[in-house]
Design a protein around this ligand. Structure first.
Ligand code: AHG
Ligand code: MN
Ligand code: MN
Length: 361
């Protein structure tokens, strides 16, 4: 008998090897049990897991269900003036509802919303106050949707800092999410590509879990991810390179030719979705960068929803992440939708940039 999918529990050909595989939910259960400050994260992670399953299904059906296009009459934009797709809005609503539903989050802040949203509003329970605050980019790389190319979801979770001071202190929805990224308790992404992969850090290493079948478990496929110290690829949109600081152009020239300390020529590999590009860098090594330009000195990548969670993951995997002059995770945010230039990836590739910026060209 030909099968579209490998056999699963309940079928006569159930494979014992498959049943021994570790799942995301089991990993989170064990880790949150071991560490007191993470205890209540388990249901939140389970909400995120189900949101990723749901968004993966929508992404797969986007063309057939005619939800691949623009939101509203086509002119709807988010607070940053970017055109919103139907899928941006759907993914945003799914993620906010799934993160809030277990009753452990106080508020969530999204790239697609002007201000943080109280979970008490989402849950319609005015008395409700959770312990955590979440940040997310619900659909990263959404310009890839029409072409059926990879997209992703990025998330990060903080503990509300005022809880460390007094339980009765008035809550401020900006207080938790405006912390430096170094205060993140957890971060991760879901990549909706050839497979759906959820990559997670709870602050002690990075693990990747692949969705075994639609609606099924996320199975551990990438245990203890370590980014190679030196890579062989760079993921950078070079379209605006004439507007870069000449030292950045020089860095990219050296990457191509392998003129850095490692003497390794790097090839170009650019998907145009940070999740997909950083995932490849995590697996193979190399650099993802979105530098500033003359007209947009801070570049395009958002500190809270994209740069910080990805930087935590990459640092946990042994890599580095910088604006060029400052560690991303040390930045104290100045606004909710702040953008930052970013260079993230293999330790030695990033150190070459830091050395070049110090030496000047
Ligand atoms: P988003 O779709 O969430 O707005 O993010 C897109 C970002 C990032 O994922 C990607 O690396 C970058 O924009 C691509 O931008 P360019 O098309 O300018 O290369
Ligand atoms: Mn994005
Ligand atoms: Mn987005």
């Amino acid at each position: 008998m030909l099968m579209d999918e490998p056999p699963h529990e309940g079928t006569t050909s159930w494979s014992p090897a498959l049943s021994r595989q570790k799942t995301l939910s089991r990993y989170v259960e064990v880790e949150t049990w071991k560490r007191r400050e993470l205890t209540d994260l388990q249901p939140v992670m389970s909400g995120i897991e189900s949101a990723c399953r749901g968004i993966a299904t929508l992404v797969r059906r986007a063309q057939c269900d005619e939800i691949a296009g623009l939101h509203g009459s086509g002119g709807d934009t988010n607070v940053q003036g970017e055109v919103q797709k139907v899928m941006d809005v759907l993914a945003n609503n799914i993620l906010a509802a799934s993160m809030c539903a277990p009753g452990k989050m106080d508020y969530v802040a999204s790239e697609e919303e002007e201000e943080p949203t109280y979970c008490s509003v989402v849950l319609q329970n005015a008395a409700f106050r959770g312990e955590y605050a979440g940040v997310f980019d619900p659909l990263d790389g959404s310009s890839n949707i029409e072409a059926g190319l990879p997209v992703g979801t990025i998330f990060g979770i903080y503990r509300r800092p005022e809880l460390n001071m007094s339980p009765n202190r008035a809550r401020d929805p900006l207080e938790a999410i405006m912390q430096p990224g170094s205060k993140l308790l957890a971060s991760g992404y879901c990549l909706y590509g050839g497979q759906t992969i959820l990559v997670l850090t709870l602050g002690q290493g990075v693990h990747g879990f692949t969705l075994a079948k639609p609606g099924g478990d996320f199975v551990l496929t990438h245990p203890d991810m370590r980014i190679p110290d030196r890579g062989r690829l760079y993921a950078i949109n070079e379209g605006p390179s004439l507007q870069w600081d000449p030292r950045i152009a020089e860095y990219v020239r050296r990457l191509k030719l392998g003129e850095g300390a490692g003497n390794v020529p790097h090839r170009t590999a650019y998907v145009g979705a940070m999740v997909a590009d950083v995932h490849r860098v995590l697996v193979e090594g190399g650099v993802y960068a979105y530098p500033g330009t003359e007209s947009a000195p801070s570049g395009k990548i958002r500190l809270l929803y994209e740069a910080n969670p990805m930087s935590m993951l990459v640092e946990q995997a042994g890599g580095l992440s910088t604006t060029g002059t400052a560690r991303i995770l040390d930045l104290r945010p100045s606004s909710v939708h702040q953008r930052v230039p970013i260079f993230i990836g293999s330790k030695e590739d990033i150190q070459d940039l830091q050395a070049l910026l110090k030496e000047g060209v």
